[in-house]
Design a protein around this ligand. Sequence first.
Ligand code: 6R9
Length: 658
Amino acid sequence: MTAIAEGTANLDSSLRENRVFEPSQEFRAKAHISSLEQYEQMYRRSIEKPEEFWAEAASELEWFAPWTRVLEPGRDGSGFGAKWFTGGKLNLSHNCVDRHATGSRRDKVALLWEGEPGDVRKLTYADLHAEVQRFANVLKGLGIHKGDRVAIYMGMCPELAIALLACARIGAVHSVIFGGFAAHAIVDRVNDSSCVALITQDTSYRRGSEIHLKKIADEALEQCPTIKNVVVYRRTGTPVQMKPGRDVWWDESMLAAEKECPAEWMDAEDPLYLLYTSGTTGKPKGLLHTTGGYAVQTYLTSKYVFDLHEEDVYWCTADIGWVTGHSYVVYGPLQNGATVMMYEGAPNWPECDRFWKIVDAHKVSIFYTAPTAIRAFTKWGVEHVRKHSLASLRLLGTVGEPINPEAWMWFHREIGKERCPIVDTYWQTETGAIMIAPIPGAVPTKPGSATRPFFGIVPEIVSKEGQPITDGKGGLLVFRTSWPSLARAVYGNPERYEQAYWVEVPGSYFTGDGARRDADGYYWLMGRVDDVLNVSGHRLGTMEVESALVAHAKVAEAAVVGRPDDLKGQAICAFVTLEEGHIASDELKQEIRQWVAKEIGALARPDDVRFTEALPKTRSGKIMRRLLRELASGGEIKGDTTTLEDFTVIAKLRENEE
Ligand code: 6R9
């Protein structure tokens, strides 16, 4: 564990931040929750009577059979081992699709999609219902059953959402692999959970060129013995190889499939999906989400944090490859019967105003994105924004990393025109749904703060010893008590689940984040306190990048640290020692950077590679990361370095600084 929030870029400015923004009268007038008193009263009730509160929320969904107990508490009253809605039967696909398609939202647009080349598709709830049922039958036809794991490696197109919903419909556990990941990442994920099938597409468009998803998948599948079938969606028509007996086309299989597929009765605690995310040690872990609690909390947070109304056009720009896409592109908004905007490509293609063009063209009213994107927009210049009216917007949101007050203010002024509340939403892959965020019609916002907890959530700031920390001071962010959408397990590795989240601070869920609470009870996130990097809002373990580095034939040892970066939040800095006989050069640097991109994906490509003769280590052989972090960010060496094995190492590293 490292010191809290070392080198977090926004810390200084957020500590000085004291501006407060009240929701406008106009926003308030329509909001589900429209005063601070109402929020506080609901929050109090959710804490005092959690079972009553969550049962009420759950009853807004459709259950095939009622639960017998709302909450079976976990160890010491925490979420560890807790169970929600025991005995209840439901299907999330049914709640996202059938519930609306068979009711008044039949002809309402569910998915409003724009491809990168500019093609537009609109699927109503009735259309979605038809597609999901047929595709569920395609999966069944391939012999896929309830409980089987199905990997999905696709770009952002409606078929990706359909694939998730079809899996959920038959009770197959989907495991989405972000389309920007390389073959190795697919191999690890598919094999870890023994997936039986993979759903992919020929290629996808990105910045005017194509990502060859099927080709990358084929390369990976040579090492994935459990995959029996591959379903290939034809997005671009670019020719791909099809392996007879294994690969089938999406469109051909759909034509042959039956129309109707009843939704499987799932137990509330039956698995819904796996999603791999980076931790501090080892390979990415497969977080397992279950059905009932996840459904209820993604439903309720979408309703209240995004203040969803019938006429909204809701756009979350996250890729479905990340948890934000699972919870807030697919499951949360669709359960609410919303019109969900989806866009396939890059924000700066063909021009830097693509997002704003989309907002105006489709009258987007809710826009949810990442701070790293906002920082890129500020860099590209306001002229791209000011070409468009953005008059349809009424609410903005951010997620993925702390937002610096400067970026918040720009978002507020240039995009929200000082009219739209901003919901800074703090949560994680593990938490499944939003944990800390303002209720926009009720809670005044402060730039850079995720503000106050969602209903039923009890955050605490504690010391390393688990002692409460007074307001205003930084500490570890933990969650007491249980909440419905918590991930129940790390797939196949119960020890790792317990170790990673439930041991650090006994009786609480440990987030891995540092935070402080101010006198108004507002939470200010300060960044990770462990070896997890947050690069452009994407989570990456230093260990993962290090393993990729040492897999390069010329690399002997490697240590990876983050350094503050204006655009990405954190940039990746790799310190590398070479095998005997190899000489440091710019060429080798580029080769190594490329290697990592090839091993993991472009998002993991190190920004800096620094060669060194040795890595600074303690006497017990641990790499002194703090020291490397200071070097990487160009700061002075501070603190006690007497345990250094070789003092001269620092001097040498310094000499080599670029
Ligand atoms: C949803 C998501 C989780 C980590 C988390 C924290 C950071 C996310 C944040 C935030 C400050 C916010 N994080 N939202 N930090 N303010 N609003 O991003 O999940 O990919 O698992 O990342 O992201 O460090 O621990 P995931």
